[in-house]
Write a protein that binds this ligand. Structure first.
Ligand code: GRF
Length: 195
């Protein structure tokens, strides 16, 4: 079996990144994590990845004259790792159309809501403000529209009385760590076709 080569893009903690790294340790997992790229040098996930012998890169958009140039260098970095699939895992930058189209069908994201509900930020706060009874997360293909690409997997969690954004996000995060590796497995194995 030839394993797909995967890069993970992060901006922070990297708990979803770690879930993907753990899943890829299984010899029958159809993908390997070959690199982690962050747009923030201080992202704790970078050190976590480096400590496990994974190649890392840090690229700050502010150091580039334009977003296009920043994203060109991101693509060059990913291609230097010979990447087949890109996983966004808490990457807090909206990506431009050229970058997204370059990786179309090969780039997926984890979003902390049951899309199409609550695209964008502060999903847990917004679900609580709406008095939602159910919340959750979605792994989806990345397309130029924010959080608009086709869903691959979703998981629901109940919203419980007394929930705060923190308690609710912790419950959702458990499901994120479960469905993200499963969605990557489905894409890398060819079980679902790229877009
Ligand atoms: C997760 O909630 C993910 O759904 C969202 O950003 C958060 C990243 O957390 N896109 P982590 O860095 O994976 O711990």
């Amino acid at each position: 079996m030839s394993r797909k080569r995967v890069a993970i893009l992060i901006s922070g903690r990297g708990s979803n990144m770690q879930a993907l790294i753990e899943a890829a340790k299984a010899s029958d997992f159809p993908a390997e994590i070959v690199g982690v790229l962050s747009n923030r040098a201080a992202a704790p996930g970078l050190a976590t990845a480096a400590s496990q012998g994974i190649a890392t890169a840090s690229l700050a958009q502010s150091k580039f004259p334009s977003r296009d140039m920043f994203e060109d260098i991101m693509t060059q970095t990913l291609e230097s790792w010979d990447v087949d699939i890109v996983c966004l895992a808490g990457f807090m930058r909206i990506l431009g159309e050229d970058f997204v189209n370059h990786w179309a069908g090969r780039m997926i994201n984890i979003h902390p809501s049951l899309l199409p509900l609550y695209r964008g930020l502060h999903t847990h706060e917004r679900a609580l403000a709406d008095d939602a009874k159910v919340h959750g997360c979605t792994v989806h293909f990345v397309t130029p529209g924010l959080d608009e690409g086709a869903a691959i997997l979703q998981a629901e969690v109940p919203v419980l009385p007394g929930d705060t954004p923190d308690t609710l996000s912790a419950r959702v995060l458990i499901e994120e760590h479960r469905i993200y590796p499963e969605a990557l497995r489905m894409l890398a194995s060819g079980e679902i076709a790229p877009l």
